[in-house]
Design a protein around this ligand. Structure first.
Ligand code: F6R
Length: 272
């Protein structure tokens, strides 16, 4: 059997509802494109003596990008010393060394393997006292602003249409805050937590507005289980019931998908 019987020439590019759509043969090719865009931006900024501010995501989706950045650091002299990072979210409460912690995820999957400076890394803190979360979130927004705003934001998408942990009913004006996780999201995380009862009910997340303020947004989606939410996000009306639909209002957003995630999009009806 040939690897793919599909007669498409990849990648397929289209635009729909203001969203750039790129379909790749597989997740690894899409990840390479995203990592190359990041590396180019980081190098451009470094040559200009400027920092590059990245908004980062966790979960299974961005892992290929991080693997590729690590490879470029090792084999192609890519330095991340001028990079400032802000992660989208963290469960609350969550100890940084816990198996499901996003701090641990980022260290193991990227930061421990590159030369990013620890003082330039920002991840919502799952250990603070509940009464201090509001102040922490305000400070997080201030730090993003002080860094000059996010140049490029990486996103995955949840089956609820969440971006970050902005679950349904998160409006376009939301900023970094504590949220209640949707039951679909908690169910999807149950395996990682060895059972639904261990999945936190809360998280701290950047808001929809925080995300929309980024200069560029690159959302990746892989697998058939993402196809329905990708279709509703790209083809549906803009609604707070599917926070990802707010991305239609952003001027520089691209979805990078594999065939399975794009399978419900009728790309022949989209304009180039
Ligand atoms: C993770 C995040 C979430 C995930 C989404 C998809 O930091 O903000 O929005 O991107 O839940 O998760 P995966 O990639 O595991 O399918």
């Amino acid at each position: 059997m040939p690897e793919s019987t599909n007669q498409h020439r990849y990648p397929i590019h289209a635009i729909h509802a203001g969203i750039g759509l790129s379909v790749f043969k597989n997740a690894s090719e899409a990840s390479q494109v995203v990592a190359t865009e990041i590396a180019t931006l980081v190098r451009e900024r470094a040559s200009a003596g400027k920092p590059c501010v990245l908004g980062l995501a966790t979960g299974s989706t961005p892992m290929g990008v991080y693997r590729e950045l690590i490879r470029m650091h090792r084999d192609e002299n890519l330095s991340l010393r001028n990079v400032v990072t802000f992660n989208l979210d963290e469960y609350f409460p969550m100890a940084p060394d816990a198996a499901q912690s996003y701090v641990r995820f980022m260290n193991e999957n990227l930061f421990d393997h590159v030369d990013v400076l620890s003082e330039n890394v920002h991840i919502p803190d799952g250990t603070i006292a509940e009464e201090s979360v509001g102040k922490f979130c305000d400070d997080y927004e201030s730090k993003i602003a002080a860094a000059g705003g996010i140049d490029l934001q990486l996103l995955g998408i949840g089956r609820t249409g969440h971006i970050g942990f902005n679950e349904p009913r998160s409006d376009a004006d939301t900023v970094t805050r504590m949220v209640v996780l949707n039951s679909v999201t908690r169910n999807d995380a149950a395996e990682n937590f060895d059972g639904l009862e261990n999945v936190p009910h809360h998280a701290v997340t950047m808001g929809v507005q925080t995300i929309l303020n980024a200069q560029r947004i690159r959302l990746m989606a892989y697998g058939e289980h993402k196809s329905a939410i990708v279709e509703r996000t790209v083809c549906g009306d803009i609604t707070e019931s599917i926070p990802a639909t707010f991305l239609q209002q952003h001027g520089d957003v691209r979805f990078l998908m594999d065939d399975a995630a794009a399978s419900k999009l009728n790309l022949s009806n989209t304009s180039k």
